[in-house]
Design a protein around this ligand. Sequence first.
Ligand SMILES: Cc1cc2nc3c(=O)[nH]c(=O)nc-3n(C[C@H](O)[C@H](O)[C@H](O)COP(=O)(O)OP(=O)(O)OC[C@H]3O[C@@H](n4cnc5c(N)ncnc54)[C@H](O)[C@@H]3O)c2cc1C
Length: 468
Amino acid sequence: MPKTQRIYCQFYIFPACQVEVSGFLPSSAGRCLYPEARSKVAGLWRTGPHHTKFIAEGVVGLIGEVVERMLDWGQNVAGIWMTDEEGTEEKNDGKDVKRVAECSGVDFALWNDDNRDLPFTKTFDLPNVYTTYRKSLELLRSRPRPTLPTPTNLPPLPPAITPQKNPFKILSTHPFTRGETAAQERLSHLVSSGTMGSYKETRNGMLGLDFSTKLSAYLAQGDLTARQGVKGYGKGENVGTNAVRFELLEGLRGLSTRKFGVRMYLIDGIRDYPDTEDSGKEASQNGQNHSSRERWRYLDRSGGYGPHRCLQPRTLSYGFMSSRTHQNIASPPSSHLGIDWRVGTEWYEFLLTDYDVGNNWGNWQYALDYDGNGDYIRLWVPELWSARLMDKVGNDREEVDKQKLLCPYQTWTSSEWEKEQLGLRGLEWVDNPPVKFNFPVSKGGGADPGGKRSRQRKRERRWTIEGV
Ligand SMILES: Cc1cc2nc3c(=O)[nH]c(=O)nc-3n(C[C@H](O)[C@H](O)[C@H](O)COP(=O)(O)OP(=O)(O)OC[C@H]3O[C@@H](n4cnc5c(N)ncnc54)[C@H](O)[C@@H]3O)c2cc1C
């Protein structure tokens, strides 16, 4: 029998704790971006690799290992195809898989992301200034790509799933349902329920299902692509749908990874990037990285501060955070604790279902403070559910010092009575705070008394920096 099947590897993260064993390629994204694959799609397997772990039909491990095990299953594999990602570690993963393919005598191909519709001939022509960049890509909105039909004939699941090797464990608790069908259902719901239309007013929410689109995981995992044309395309545009389309252009941040390369991962990020790749290596090996990790771990052990504590239950159970929550979590460690922001980025990389190299590393380089009323923190930090804080009457809430709510370890300045009122008495992370510093609640503030750096940061938000 001729070998017809291909393993298709995409650089999508599946958090190790939330694996869902699901189907096969081709997804919308694959079919939209790689029309050349049309004649061959029926033979593709879909797998989800990541640079620290790789999951395919119930197997987690390093990418090379997992592909090897897939080949061992004895399926009728003719080749391995892979999305050619821009991240430096992802490039190395590509090399690993290529090596495995060569050793096993199967074809190997890398599929580059679709450049054809971009108005640039060279990556370096990408504008550095975000607004210019976005405007230059706006023409893509009038050039959606059609998707190819869903294949009718796909290879079966592997006959047996080999036992999982340590240290990974596979649970199937993920509430996010993978696959193109689920993605299309979500899209239809967004349109028919009016969620998409009201997006502009609701998008800064942090609690609930429909304040934002929740499309990021589908996009990151290839169940949808921002480029695909859907039925009714271009009709019924309003401020809400327009705002979603605007945000989707942000999702093309992968292009910034292509442009800035290794500079994306330097401690100074793309702001003051050094001249050579060697400087990048130096930055990631310096002592600051290590001490930052220690500090992050200390935050973990001691319970951390309000926003940080939200990170644990939220992402561990869902692998998802809203845009504002992302900013809340990312901002304090990097802006206020002097923690190397890359430690947080790596942590996200491990946990998020919608992890995306360009979006994650790009966004970590600008983050502001939100959740001014502390609603989100109250939901996820049970210690803060004191009677007074739970009271929905605004008057009572006003009596609570927001600063203490957002940054409860600042309660070293509180009286025992105040601690009692806040429901924080006797807690380790309140009595022995990991670090003491000023934490203004004001938006865009930070441990920056004069506010100079904050203003500077505001000017430099987004991944684009004037004059780079
Ligand atoms: C520190 C930090 C890390 C982040 N890491 C990721 C990540 O790993 N993967 C990821 O997809 N997004 C990331 N984001 C961006 C954003 O928070 C998520 O895309 C958003 O929360 C996903 O929810 P949603 O689909 O409901 O978004 P919506 O608000 O409904 O937006 C619709 C879509 O637009 C795109 N989008 C919206 N905001 C952004 C943005 N700021 N940057 C890029 N694309 C955007 C996404 O594709 C999103 O699905 C990060 C943001 C921050 C501040």
